[in-house]
Design a protein around this ligand. Structure first.
Ligand code: ADP
Length: 317
């Protein structure tokens, strides 16, 4: 069963901006899934549509088989959402915030109180229950939003940039908590522009760029691709036969162009040694980014990726 199924989803904002250009996304039940992409890629728009905060232009969204167009209540009952923006009533007590949320799902008062306690305890906020949200630190407010999102025991939890602006210690403890509830059966989708976050938590990943899904893969496969570089080498003389290059994947593009794929743990020196030994003289070379790498590098420098964060996307609006 798919926890989430998005088919050919399009969003054109009233100013004409095409934020989603026909995306397809399928997330299996039990998954821990990352929707990755630079700022402005369309992640929040996609999540906004799934959580019915944003109207779609066309396409279908199903949450555990409930089509948003025909069974919104059914879809919502399966869904918990932690938005990017803090949207708490700052002057309400923590226990009221969580209890009242349960009320929106038709859960009776006594049951709601019990569940609120359970969720606040899980997120280590029970001791602060009588305080107003305004008094909490940023990290605690985020935890409170998670507690609130879990009170009706959703089968699918969506978190939009859950750790943006949260310090590293809190980030790690949030990761532990999310891993735990995923192991207990909750499907989780998170949007992030931190590669490290997706790498640490998620088994599957989709990359969205410029309103399109540019990759949809297992995390391990994606990382393999990111650790690979493709070079095009121009040779002085025509290459009649390819030498045996055991550690490199080589293809002849034409008689004076070789395409070589190397993983980052191989160095170029060893490549040139083998080529020289085979009598092949390289006169120039260029890096050929694949589509996936382009998604990361198009408007960026490599050094930015080293920080583990995707760069903001320069984009005409
Ligand atoms: P992400 O979450 O990946 O950063 P968003 O979904 O927020 O991306 O934005 C995708 C694009 O849609 C951006 O170019 C953004 O400026 C634009 N956008 C978002 N919200 C609106 C809106 N209400 N009206 C017009 N354009 C919008």
């Amino acid at each position: 069963m798919h926890a989430l199924s998005i088919n050919n989803l399009v969003k054109v904002y009233s100013n004409g901006l095409r934020a989603l250009d026909g995306i397809n996304l399928h997330v299996e039940e039990g998954e821990f899934f990352a929707l990755l992409g630079p700022n402005g890629a369309g992640k929040t728009t996609a999540i906004g549509i799934v959580t019915s905060l944003v109207n779609k232009t066309s396409g279908d969204v199903l949450v555990f088989g409930h089509n948003l167009d025909h069974d919104l209540a059914g879809a919502k009952s399966c869904l918990g959402v932690v938005p990017q923006e803090l949207n708490l009533n700052q002057y309400d007590r923590l226990d009221n915030i969580v209890t009242n949320q349960a009320g929106f799902y038709g859960i009776g008062r006594r049951d709601a109180r019990r569940r609120a306690q359970e969720c606040l305890e899980q997120l280590q906020l029970w001791d602060r229950r009588a305080e107003i949200a305004r008094n909490l630190s940023g990290g605690m407010k985020r935890r409170l939003m998670i507690a609130r999102a879990l009170v009706h025991r959703p089968r699918l939890l969506i978190l939009d940039e859950p750790t943006a602006g949260v310090d590293i210690e809190i980030r790690r403890s949030m990761w532990d908590f999310l891993r735990e509830i995923n192991e207990q059966g909750t499907t989780i989708i998170l949007t992030t522009h931190y590669l490290e976050e997706a790498e640490n938590l998620c088994r599957h990943v989709a990359i969205i760029d410029n309103g399109r899904i540019v990759a949809h893969d297992r995390m391990t496969s994606l990382l393999m691709k990111l650790h690979r570089e493709v070079f095009v080498l121009n040779t002085r003389d025509p290459v009649v036969a390819l030498p045996v290059l055991e550690d490199f994947n080589v293809r002849l593009l034409n008689e004076r162009e070789l395409q070589v794929e190397i993983t980052r743990n191989h160095d170029l020196n060893s490549l040139f040694r083998v080529l020289s030994a085979a009598g092949i003289h390289v006169v120039s070379m260029r890096n050929k980014a694949n589509r996936l790498e382009e998604a990361f590098f198009r408007v960026t420098e490599r050094s930015e990726l080293a920080s583990g964060e995707l760069p903001a996307r320069a984009r005409a609006s």
